[in-house]
Design a protein around this ligand. Structure first.
Ligand code: F42
Length: 148
């Protein structure tokens, strides 16, 4: 992706992205305090068309990644959720590896069993997701990112 990059307006997120990218994925690959692994999702802003970079917890299903739009259990979905619904083509950095992937939302209504299966894997990878779901009435969206 070669278009303009607009960094996150949240300093802690921006700093994590900068550390992951400037070190080519050898630093900044865990969530502070938890020590749990983080991936970096590069995608496109649905309004600006600019490149956006979002760190997320690393949860895997085979060669696919499970992306959880938890935003700490906030009442609204994060912006990146709508960006990925609009344009599902992403790059995922997992430490030193970068993959071109396509995401698809696994929605409760359409595929409840698959959503539960992926949700359970995600909670095992990052247990606070369960508390985040209890904090909010919105069903926390889950995407599966697959190799293209
Ligand atoms: N967030 C999660 O939801 N799940 C996780 O597993 C997770 C893990 C994680 C690990 C490390 C870390 O540093 C952060 C982590 N986060 C996790 C936080 C995550 O990286 C995001 O910061 C958070 O989910 C909020 O996402 P957001 O897309 O709302 O980003 C905010 C901070 C932001 O920069 N918003 C911009 C803004 O200006 O408010 C919007 C950016 C944007 O995408 N704009 C769009 C555009 O067109 O460019 C338009 C947006 C629109 O729809 O209006």
């Amino acid at each position: 992706m070669t278009e303009k990059y607009i960094p996150s307006n949240a300093a802690w997120v921006r700093e994590q992205v900068e550390l992951m990218e400037s070190s080519n994925g050898t630093e900044g690959t865990v969530l502070k305090d938890s020590g749990l692994p983080v991936i970096l999702v590069t995608h496109r802003g649905r309004k600006t068309g600019a490149i956006r970079k979002t760190p997320l917890m690393r949860a895997v299903d085979g060669s696919s990644y499970i992306l959880v739009a938890s935003q700490g259990g906030a009442p609204t979905n994060p912006s990146w959720y709508y960006n990925l619904v609009t344009d599902p083509n992403v790059e995922i950095r997992d430490k030193t590896e970068v993959y071109s992937m396509k995401v698809r939302e696994v929605a409760d209504a359409a595929d409840a069993a698959e959503k539960k299966r992926l949700w359970d894997i995600a909670v095992e990878a990052y247990p606070p997701y369960a508390e985040y779901q209890e904090k909010t009435t919105r069903p926390i969206p889950v995407f599966l990112a697959e190799l293209v």
